[in-house]
Design a protein around this ligand. Structure first.
Ligand SMILES: O=C(O)CCC(=O)C(=O)O
Length: 291
């Protein structure tokens, strides 16, 4: 199966095949790595080799419901919120399209843990921090948080990118946690990843704002779509290439995404426009250095 993707601002490439992640009955996605004495070694192996793994039911449905309620609460505070927090889909922002409610036009709540105590506390949830300890050690910073709304009818793709192209931390001791709040499917814009692409370093990125993405896509064997149910999480390395297509359904596809980085890394600013301060200290020693 060939699969057409947007590789950069206006460039499309053909990829050889699209696989759909299938957890099956065994590891690597079960059971959740909740507590000591540590994570299933198969998950760590998959993380090292492929750059990602899936955890089913990382959060309960009651927790997911609370997240959705908080999203609505934040949106309802508009416009009395910091400007960066509520970001609209481009077609809605430009007036080209309208939506039934403000919330159905929102693309993301950006740096939401910085601005909202609920999302700040959620970043320290023991199940999330247990994963962070396994992957990046005891010194844990929340470098970025978002809710990603992918609303029906108006959403556009998030182009292929590596998160560390935004953050530029060295060594790349960072990962993302993408937690589904709705059923996430290929049709409504679930995450797509290139297994193993985290092993080749950061590829060239360019483009303004949300269109900052990879200018060329390296040759890799496959793209894997990651359908998830509410409460499931994709855990992925900060240099794994990933993208999400537009939502082509009438249903919602909300998600929460946290990026954790080791407090021991060095940050190479270089005038990077995405060089935001970390949003929260989660655990341990955190004196992120800048050069
Ligand atoms: O659209 C999404 O849910 C994923 C977006 C994403 O990968 C990002 O903003 O870094």
């Amino acid at each position: 199966m060939t699969f057409s993707i947007c590789a950069g601002a206006d460039q499309f490439v053909e990829l050889p095949k699209l696989g759909v992640y299938d957890c099956g009955a065994t590891s690597p996605c079960s059971p959740p790595p909740l507590a000591s004495p540590g994570m299933d070694p198969a998950l760590l192996k998959q993380y090292r080799e492929d750059g990602y793994f899936v955890v089913r039911d990382l959060l309960g449905l009651d927790e997911v419901e609370a997240i959705c309620q908080q999203i609505t609460r934040v949106v309802n505070q508009h416009p009395a919120v910091p400007e960066e927090l509520i970001q609209m889909e481009p077609a809605v922002a430009s007036g080209e399209k309208t939506t039934e409610s403000l919330e159905l036009g929102v693309r993301k709540l950006f740096r939401v843990a910085k601005h909202n105590a609920f999302f700040r506390q959620l970043a320290s949830h023991e199940s999330l921090v247990a994963i962070a300890r396994e992957l990046i050690g005891p010194d844990i910073l929340l470098i970025q948080s978002m809710t990603l709304m992918k609303p029906p009818g108006v959403s556009v793709e998030k182009i292929w990118h590596q998160d560390n192209a935004y953050f530029r931390v060295d060594p790349p001791d960072l990962f993302g946690l993408w937690i589904a709040c709705d059923e996430a499917t290929v049709e409504n814009g679930c995450m797509h990843v290139m297994p193993g692409s985290h092993l080749g370093g950061i590829v060239e990125h360019a483009g303004p704002g949300d269109l900052y993405g990879a200018t060329t896509i390296p040759q890799v064997e496959e793209v894997v779509a990651i359908p998830l149910s509410p409460g499931d999480a994709l855990v992925f390395h900060g240099e794994l290439l990933h993208f999400t297509p537009p939502n082509q359904t009438a249903s919602r596809r909300r998600a929460v995404q946290y990026h954790y980085v080791s407090g021991t890394v060095t940050r190479r600013g270089n005038g990077n426009p995405f060089d935001y301060d970390p949003e929260a200290v989660i655990a341990g020693r955190n004196e992120i250095k800048r050069i």
